[in-house]
Write a protein that binds this ligand. Sequence first.
Ligand code: PLP
Length: 497
Amino acid sequence: MRFISTRGEESVTGAQAIVKGIASDGGLFVPETFPAVSGTELEEMLGMDYPERAAFVLHKYLDDYDKDELLAALKKAYSQFDEGDAAPLVRVENGMYMLELFHGPTCAFKDMALTVLPYLLRKGCDLCGIKEDILVLVATSGDTGKAALEGFKDAPGIKVMVFYPDDGVSKMQKLQMCTQDGDNVNVVAVKGNFDDCQTGVKKIFGSSECAAKLREKGYLLSSANSINFGRLAPQIAYYFSAYCDLVTSDQIKMGDKVDFTVPTGNFGNILAAYYAKKMGLPVGKLVCASNKNNVLTDFWERGVYDSKRNFYKTMSPSMDILVSSNLERLIFELSGRNAALTKERMAALSASGKYSIRAEELKQYRAEFYAGYANESDTVDCMYEFFESYGYPMDTHTGVAMCVAQRYEEMLSKETNAEVHPMVVVSTASPYKFPQDVLYALTGNDVKDSFKGIKRINLLTAMKVPEQLKAIRYKPIRFKESATPAKMFDEVLKFIG
Ligand SMILES: *Cc1c(COP(=O)(O)O)cnc(C)c1O
């Protein structure tokens, strides 16, 4: 399978797409065609365990990787998840399910891909005959950074450097990153918000001057951000797996359509669901849930993507994003894979913060997706009521998703002849990762200390506290540096020495 750029002619192998991260013209790599999964193949997947299902889906795209070796890498990656299933599906009531993606090393769904990416990247370098060391640069709104640090720590021939917005991540997220161990890692706070951080990293990637300086020191840049196809591919797998679990547990019949609601920031997770649908998975609507930063909801309503707006800090920080990078891949598909048009729109976005799509593209977008947003108080109410009704505690990001999912279902119930499908809400983080906000939502109580919050939630819910979150309380803070966006590359040079 070849991969092409959303903005031009470049065509590369899977390994090259993963190693490069982003195309030379600034575009994102997308598969030349969507590989199909037939009904028979889907039947076969029913009997597989999670790593086998994932290997099956990944190898459809990454056929330059050895399938057995890929399976072994996936088995190893997902053995770090508790309870033996990396992506368990939990039934809340008939027709409503949670896909829990937070049982990995850092308690958020980013682990699904970032435990696998080191293998994909290292092997990708071998396949491309690359001899240099790799420097992985990450801009994070909180969860990616920790998952990348954990995934790449002490990986031979790789260094990883994470930039996070100084006051744009939760206390727990910051603690998780700043206490990270491993000899090949570095963490720096950036004075600004996530978009400043992401723009800074993109600038380094786009600069031939930076690339030359790094090459002098024996390094090649790569990205672990969600624009890397190596991040996207492992995410496609859990939509297949969730579907298989619904069939094997007799919740649906093979071929029935299922809707998914995804708490969305950079549009990576929900794009993976769209890719699964393109491959033939029977998916109905994809519900794109945003928090108060509702640029995607407006886009769905008006067909105008306008990032020039207030930026709000919310209790779902991993969704506090105004420029959703992966949306470029969807725009490319909606345009009928028109690279010139995609390039034009992305140029408009970077020049004026804005672009629009045509009426027929918008129509197609709305046929596949629904978009909504939840403000802070609606999210809190939803988390509270859901816990009261079902005894199920959820994190703040999942709370946003549930609130929008419920509104979507309510809207359908008012329509005559609406097609109603089972709904899977994607649960992206452990409630213990955002303990103060979760405790507030469930009880109305404020606590100053994250660990006190963890203890109280545990008393209230009897849900097991992840060991890895308990442990960071006693770990020393290793990283205290901060920098302005303009000085980010200086920090990179300092790090690699
Ligand atoms: C990253 C993240 C999201 C948003 O996912 P995207 O792929 O960026 O849309 C949602 N919830 C949590 C907990 C996350 O870490």
